[in-house]
Design a protein around this ligand. Structure first.
Ligand SMILES: [Zn+2]
Length: 299
C-alpha cells in the first residue's frame, strides 16, 4: 500500500487487533504507520458504508451535554472560536462547517456575530434536528454534495479530517468551494503528543474505528501544501485524549469497567479538568494532544 501523504510504500504495523472501547462497533482493526512521514492510518480503510455504520445514534458528538462542567468547557471553547473566526473573516461572511451534527453550537455563535452559517452532516436524523431549530443544515457528504455556485469565506473542519476515507479528496473539495483567499480551519488529534506516546493503543485519539487517518504537524502541513494551501499549525490545550485514554485503559480491564453513557464514563468530565495544567506544559513543549490548523487557499 502507498502512503496517502508521501506516496511511500514503506510502513509498519503499529498496533494490531484494536477494538472500539466506546461503542463496541465494527470488528478488530490494525493500525499502520508510514515509515517515512509518520502518517498513522487504519488498514484496510473502511468503506464509506462501513464508516457510516460506526456512528450510533447515541454518539457523543450528537448529544447535548447534561453536565454543567462540560457545558462550561463548551462555552469557553465557543468564545475562543468566535475570537478566531472574527480575526480571520471579520464580522460578516459565509461559513460552512463539515460534520456539524445538529449545529446546536451555531446558536451560541450567532449570539456573537452575524455570520451566514451553513452546516453539512451525513446523519439525516441529526441534521433534521438542527433544521428544526431553524439552522441551515444540509444532509450529505461534503465530497459528494453539489454546492453549485455557492462559495465560502471559511470552512470549518473541527475533528473531521481524521474521520474521512480520503483526506486529500476532502481538502480538494473544500478548496473548490472556497472563495479566493478563503480559509479552512480545524482541529485534529496530534500523534506527536505526550498522551499518544504514553497510552499507545489505548490513546483516546485513536477512537477506533472512527478515526481513519491521524496526523502530526509535519505530515498535515505537507498534505495541505500538496493540495494547494498555505498551512499554519499550532497546538491546542485539549484534555479529551487524556480522559479518553484513561477511560479506554480502564474499560479494557474487566474489574475496572463501568457503564458508559453516550460512550463516556461518569468520571470523564473530571479527567477533562484534572489534566488541564499538564496540557499547558505539553503545549509549551510542542507535544499537545490536539493540533489546530489554518489553511489558506493559494490562488
Ligand atoms: Zn508517508
Amino acid at each position: 500500500m502507498k502512503c496517502l501523504n508521501c506516496q511511500s510504500t514503506s510502513q509498519k504495523i503499529l498496533f494490531s487487533n484494536c477494538i472500539d472501547w466506546e461503542y463496541n462497533k465494527g470488528d478488530q482493526y490494525n493500525v499502520f504507520k508510514c515509515s517515512d512521514c509518520g502518517l498513522i492510518y487504519l488498514y484496510p480503510i473502511p468503506t464509506i458504508k462501513e464508516l457510516l455504520s460506526f456512528y450510533p445514534s447515541n454518539y457523543h458528538g450528537y448529544k447535548e451535554s447534561s453536565s454543567k462542567l462540560t457545558n462550561f468547557l463548551i462555552n469557553l471553547n465557543i468564545k475562543n472560536r468566535v475570537r478566531l473566526y472574527r480575526k480571520l473573516i471579520g464580522k460578516e461572511g459565509r461559513v460552512l462547517e463539515i460534520g456539524v451534527a445538529d449545529g446546536s453550537h451555531f446558536l451560541l455563535l450567532k449570539k456573537y456575530e452575524d455570520w451566514d452559517l451553513w452546516g453539512i452532516e451525513f446523519n439525516n436524523d441529526i441534521a433534521e434536528r438542527g433544521r428544526k431549530k431553524g439552522l441551515n443544515i444540509i444532509t450529505g457528504i461534503l465530497e459528494e454534495y453539489d454546492f453549485s455556485n455557492t462559495k465560502f469565506d471559511l470552512i470549518i473542519i473541527n475533528n473531521l479530517i481524521e474521520h474521512v476515507i480520503d483526506p486529500v479528496e476532502t481538502l480538494e473539495k473544500a478548496k473548490k468551494i472556497l472563495k479566493s483567499n478563503g480559509l479552512v480551519v480545524g482541529e485534529t488529534p496530534n500523534t506527536h503528543s505526550l498522551d499518544f506516546y504514553i497510552f499507545g493503543k489505548y490513546w483516546g485519539g485513536l477512537h477506533i474505528p472512527r478515526h481513519t487517518f491521524l496526523f502530526n504537524q509535519y505530515n498535515l502541513k505537507s498534505l495541505g501544501n500538496s493540495v494547494g494551501f498555505l498551512v499554519e499549525i499550532n497546538q491546542k490545550i485539549d484534555t479529551n485524549h487524556w480522559a479518553g485514554s484513561l477511560q479506554n485503559f480502564f474499560q479494557s480491564k474487566r474489574f475496572l469497567k463501568t457503564e458508559l453513557k453516550n460512550g463516556r464514563t461518569w468520571y470523564y468530565p473530571f479527567l477533562l479538568l484534572f489534566f488541564i495544567p499538564l496540557n499547558f506544559f505539553q503545549k509549551i513543549f510542542g507535544l499537545a494532544g490536539v493540533i489546530r490548523f489554518k489553511m489558506r487557499k493559494r490562488n
